[in-house]
Design a protein around this ligand. Structure first.
Ligand SMILES: Cc1cc2nc3c(=O)[nH]c(=O)nc-3n(C[C@H](O)[C@H](O)[C@H](O)COP(=O)(O)O)c2cc1C
Ligand code: SF4
Length: 452
């Protein structure tokens, strides 16, 4: 196993992964090699496409996805079936696009990479089903530029699928036409925001678009466009093959959200990696699977789903890792990949690092984000040096509020505000310790000068 794959490793062996319980990963090879077309088809691959395109209507697909309650795995948890039901379609409306969001730049997140590198045909099959349900004429996989291995695997898989008749004209003799192109991004976090992604795809500056109109009404090149995350789309084949009730039952009593989730852990644990588990398992189970904390240290805090989610405490570990529960705790499930922080780590330093990332990745379109994030970074840096001034914490509180929901064009700024606001709430003493004694504080200047 190469070092670059270290985190992106599925920690469940073939014996544990079964078709009935692990719809996303049961086919994966033990050696981590990409699953070619023959092996994918041998393992029931493209069976859902054959069945659905010849025996079901697009509306049937939407209804089944809705009933299964597949919640979008890109972070917001919006119902995929609901999104597909809202796409403009029908007589007189031009067929549009289905876009797979494979930008995956969320700090601490590496789940889509596993699917993209090792099982591209599952994604292609999911995209065909999504395109059929949404009357899409063409598909794009918008891939993070650094995912070179994934680009190789997808390129090969698209060729294989085309040659075998799973893409192109008259798929499986159904009369439905659809093809997919791979588009590699240039490595900006904001390109993961769906409307910035569409602008980038069109060759324009990657800033978010005002909504409405929503992409489902008018997206890429003015046509109805559906944007879904890799993992969301990879759920569609098993939902359509085995039905909504089967999918719902995978999470059983654990959660109202259907299915399984690719969960993961990184940070100060013994064995970082990925697991496919029923959605709604408690964080503690995941931590135990990761071998607990490294070097016998104690858990200080954790992020439940990437850098743009809010910190939670050890006492939250027994709560279900699902969208609603984590939301009720004041955070977000986000991508469902935990970042574990131990008792020796400085939350202030961690937040400063995250805010530097968010400041650098701001597209600069709106003022609170463009100017507020560099200001946050300057204040945090001063506190880290022990040169903060009285009033800095209150200013950080205010900035976190100004970056919050509803005050900016897109969710980048509210995402950046989450770790900041939660750290100020739970670890305020760490920030307070960074305020200098009065004599020194008078010399410090926390006001922003220039950009990030
Ligand atoms: C700054 C920012 C970055 C994002 N990055 C990603 C990403 O890398 N992958 C992703 O699927 N969604 C990302 N999203 C969410 C997308 O805008 C969109 O909600 C998602 O692709 C929809 O897919 P889903 O409904 O299947 O979850 C991002 C959102 C924001 C605000
Ligand atoms: S919130 Fe930030 S990233 Fe989003 S549009 Fe405004 S400046 Fe751009």
């Amino acid at each position: 196993m190469s070092v670059s794959r270290y985190h992106c490793q599925l920690r469940q062996g073939a014996a544990e992964r079964r078709a009935e319980t692990h719809p996303l990963t049961w086919r994966l090879r033990e050696d981590g090699a990409v699953l070619g077309l023959d092996e994918y088809v041998e393992k029931d691959g493209y069976a859902a496409v054959r069945e659905v395109l010849t025996h079901q209507s697009p509306d049937d697909v939407v209804a089944t996805m809705k009933e299964a309650n597949v919640r979008g795995r890109g972070g917001a948890g919006f119902s995929a079936g609901m999104k597909w039901s809202l796409t403009m379609k029908g007589p007189g409306i031009p067929r549009g696009y289905l876009v797979c969001n494979a930008d995956e730049m969320e700090p601490g997140t590496f789940k889509d990479r596993l699917l993209l590198e090792q099982q591209p045909h599952l994604l292609i099959e999911g995209m065909i089903l999504g395109a059929y349900a949404n009357h899409s004429y063409y598909g794009y996989i918008f891939l993070r530029g650094e995912y070179v291995e994934a680009a190789r695997a997808i390129t090969r898989a698209l060729e294989e699928a085309r040659e075998a008749g799973w893409l192109g004209h008259d798929i499986a003799g159904s009369g439905f036409d659809f093809d997919i192109a791979l588009h590699t991004g240039a490595g900006r976090y904001i390109c993961g925001e769906e409307t910035a992604l569409i602008n980038s795809l069109e060759g324009q500056r990657a800033n978010p678009r005002a909504k409405p109109p929503f992409p489902g009404q008018s997206g890429a090149w003015g046509k109805p466009t559906v944007v879904n995350n890799v993992e969301t789309l990879c759920n569609a084949p098993s939902v359509m093959r085995h039905g909504a009730k089967w999918y719902q039952a995978l999470s059983g009593e654990l959660s109202d959200d259907g299915g399984t989730k690719l969960y993961g852990i990184s940070g100060k644990v013994e064995r970082p990696g990925l697991w496919e588990l029923p959605i709604g398992i408690p964080g503690r189970e995941l931590l135990e699977r990761a071998g607990g904390l490294r070097d016998g240290r104690a858990l200080k805090t954790w992020l439940p789903g990437g850098g743009s989610t809010g910190f939670l405490l050890p006492e939250h570990l027994d709560k279900p890792l699902d969208f609603d529960t984590i939301g009720e705790l004041g955070s977000r499930l986000g991508t469902g990949l935990l970042t574990v922080v131990n008792e020796d780590q400085s939350v202030l330093a961690l937040v400063r690092n995250l805010e530097q990332f968010f400041a650098r990745e701001s597209c600069g379109w709106c003022t609170p984000c463009r100017d507020g994030l560099p200001w946050v970074v300057k204040l945090l840096q001063a506190l880290e040096r022990g040169e903060g001034r009285r009033g800095d914490l209150e200013m950080l509180d205010k900035l976190a509020d100004d970056l919050g929901p509803g005050k900016t064009f897109c969710a980048h700024a509210p995402g950046a505000a989450m770790p900041l606001a939660s750290a100020l709430r739970y670890f305020r003493d760490e920030f307070e310790r960074g305020v200098a004694p009065p004599a020194r504080a008078a010399q410090a200047d926390p006001m922003p000068v220039g950009g990030a």
